[in-house]
Design a protein around this ligand. Structure first.
Ligand code: APR
Length: 231
């Protein structure tokens, strides 16, 4: 018997208990930085050093962070379900938590790419410096989808969500599109669960069960609620 397909959309809230700040909570990462100053193509043109500093700092934060019980709990669901994680996060905590199918909608902090050719992508663990070049001779930049840029992975994500038997959302304010729209792509008939310490408002989503808890506790409860669906 084939395992049921569980598709999980995650956001910054799942990594909060690993010590990585979220974007829109009151202690959020954008405080002190205007989004426009660090996460837009315009910022990159205007002050690439500031943008590199910002992401170099974040890369060190992620290196020092560890997956928490929520990342690990979702990975453990693979025993009973065919699980795909669609994350808006640029950290690698799902992978380090043991999940085997992880798709990053907004890029990855441990990758960099040519500013000219988005196919020229390289692994990176330390800092990107001004003057570091890709093989096409262009400056390297973080492999991050900035505001005002297209989100190419959404094309891959949509059919995965359409085929889900169960859809789960963990730790996202559902404020940023197109990612936020994935919840409306899931079939009306399937069970849906949302885990968040403060559930964001969702309109016209059918069959939605809210678990208003921090991710580590909420995922534990989710696993109990999913037990009846194990084949
Ligand atoms: N457990 C569960 N949820 C939490 C926790 C926690 N410990 N801490 C915070 N949250 C929730 C908040 O209540 C909020 O709903 O996580 C969510 C975080 O929302 P945002 O900060 O908006 O992060 P996210 O939704 O991932 O942002 C989406 O926006 O800034 C861009 O590209 C960036 O991928 C990011 C995208």
């Amino acid at each position: 018997m084939q395992k049921k397909k569980v598709v999980v959309l995650t956001g910054a809230g799942i990594s909060a208990e690993s010590g990585l700040r979220t974007f829109r909570d009151s202690d959020g990462l954008w405080e002190g930085y205007e989004i426009e100053e660090v996460a837009t193509p315009r910022a990159w043109r205007k002050n690439p050093q500031l943008v590199l500093d910002f992401y170099n700092y974040r890369r060190r934060d992620v290196l020092n962070a560890q997956p928490n019980a929520a990342h690990i709990g979702l990975a453990e669901l693979e025993h009973d379900f065919d699980v795909t994680i669609i994350t808006q996060n640029i950290d690698d905590l799902h992978e380090r938590g043991g999940s085997t199918k992880v798709m990053h909608l907004h890029g990855e902090i441990f990758k960099m790419r040519s500013e000219e050719n988005e196919q020229l992508i390289y692994e990176i663990e330390d800092d990107i410096q001004l003057g570091d070049k890709a093989e096409d001779g262009a400056q390297l930049r973080p492999h991050i989808v900035w505001f005002e840029e297209a989100v190419p992975m959404i094309e891959v994500a949509v059919p995965i969500v359409q085929q889900a038997d169960i859809f789960v959302v963990v730790g996202t304010s559902l404020a940023v599109y197109p990612a936020a729209g994935l919840i409306t792509v899931a079939a009306n008939s399937i069970p849906k669960f949302i885990v968040d310490k403060k559930i964001p408002s969702t309109t016209s989503v059918y069959n939605l069960t809210a678990i208003e808890k921090p991710a580590t506790e909420g995922v534990k409860e989710l696993k109990e609620l999913l037990k009846p669906f194990v084949l």
